[in-house]
Write a protein that binds this ligand. Sequence first.
Ligand SMILES: [Zn+2]
Length: 655
Amino acid sequence: MFQIKNKDSLGRTGILKTKNGIVKTPALMPVIHPGKQKINVKKLGAEIVITNAYIIYKNEELREKASLEGVHKLINFDGPIMTDSGSFQLSEYGDIDITNPEVIEFQELIGTDIGTSLDIPTPPNVTRNQAEKELEITIERAQESLKYRNEILLNSVVQGSTFNDLRSYCADELGKLDVELHPIGAVVPLMESYRYTDLVDVVMSSVTHLPDSRPRHLMGAGHPMIFALAVAMGCDLFDSAAYILYAEDDRFLSPSGTYKLENLQEMPCSCEICCKYTPDDLRSMEKKERKLLIAEHNLNISFAEIRIIKQAIADGNLMELVEQRCRAHPRLLEAYRHLANYVDDIEKYDPLYKKSAFFYSGPESLKRAEVYRYLNKLYKMPKKSRLLILSSSRKPYSTYLPEKLGKLYHIGTSTKSGDEDLQIMFVDIPFGLIPLELDEVYPLAQNESPVITDETACEFIKNLIEQVTEDYEEVIIEGNLNEKFDLGLYCEYEFKEELKLKLDEKDKITSVADYQFGKGAGAALFESKLDIVKSKKTGKIRHVYDDAENLIATMRASDGFFVLSKEGARRLHSRMEYPQNRVVVNQDSEPFAREGKSIFAKFVIDCDRNIRASEEVLIVNENDELLAFGKSLLNSAEILDFKVGQAIKTRKGGI
Ligand SMILES: [Zn+2]
């Protein structure tokens, strides 16, 4: 029903199948008012729309037409239609005259594609008692609606007001039900009052407890300002009544805010409407006519933003887009900063490799999942006893090693001298300290930051050096770093003989393997005598063979990670303990795996919980016999949760 195509952060592009066609997500669903709709939203790019089943039900004429001809005829839209149940009316007017079974049966009758049970939208900041009571009704009704649904896909709305634990509890409970989509409800008041930080809490405490295989709909989010941030938190669907409500008020939507017609000297974008009319043209029109034109602009720019987000996910620079968008308003920037508190959750979903380089756009970038992941891994890497910290110049560092070292300081003492047991690391923003051996690994090599360092970044480096120093007997630091990062060092150091800096190739391949597959992988893969083959053109390591000319692994030029060969997969499998690096498939799919066919998620029965998307993995059966190896397309939680679509792109079978 739902499949992921591309991933970035918690965001994903996907395909949602309904009986009236597919929807490419993230998607924006324009709200259609039955009987009043004047704008052809399909022409403007809508793949799916949302309308209100309760409004249709309440109006005799509409109800009769919808019952006889179906909701698609009624609102003149032949694609997928989602219907809301009347919960909004319930929250606005306090009472409605339809029951939950009735509204589900009515949605079946009118042939909607995605229907909704009658949840209780509990607003923010009510008493806990109220939130709990209403939540129980919401969950009961979600359960009850399963008895009355026949063909429609079902929405089960996450409620719980502004109590994060109630949102999580609700998500857990609804996740157990056999429903297909999850709106996150009652968030409009938060957005209307710019409480985006609270919105982050509500969304994150819901999303992290919902099944990954179901689309999530941020209900009532129709302003393009919020789309990128919401997608980065894992939202797949949006609905917009905003396009018409803002137009009613002579307001133009844009991803960087809202413009009022009365203040406009120039039209705010380059859509058809903005190219055809001037602000004066619009001001001199009848309100009715003008409203439709502004609404059309509002939809144009909202769909454009969705397209930009989809492209960013495909390119792997969604967070760069989020960082740009969140600078449009201080409350949004605050929310983005707050999102960093969820980095542990986000990191699990962030692919290991992306097509784009990491761009540093300010201190917030230091809190991104890539940095968090790298530092966690760095602390776990095997260590030498002495550390030499150098300032970075050009990347890759190993190609531009300094000929001579300038003034040096040191902390601690060692009986060793020269380069004996000496680890070299480079200081760089945003990843802090990078071992010489990892200087080609994504994204440690593929990033850009301003040469002029901001204060937060300086503080980050200073703290990191202080922290890392504790793990070594002796740390030798370049003099200019002492000044730049205010390290306060005074013990000068000199190597007894002039040190010739160089990269040991065996160290490099071992370190990369340990970094990529876990501690011990380097020894597992590269213990024997080796033949390391380099590219004639670039001089970089390409292939590693054993002394009998069997290929063990290939270092990929784009990201500096290893792709295994059959021999490499065997070596890794024999030495790394179960379940490390493994995806376990069931008996039925074993022959297909052996043939090298890709692995579908429904055949996976277990896997290493540390697997991220874009990771090289071993494919084994229930007895841990190695069948094949390949690249994960999803992370471990997604692999285990999805029942449709590919999980692993197999590189080779027949082992
Ligand atoms: Zn426009």
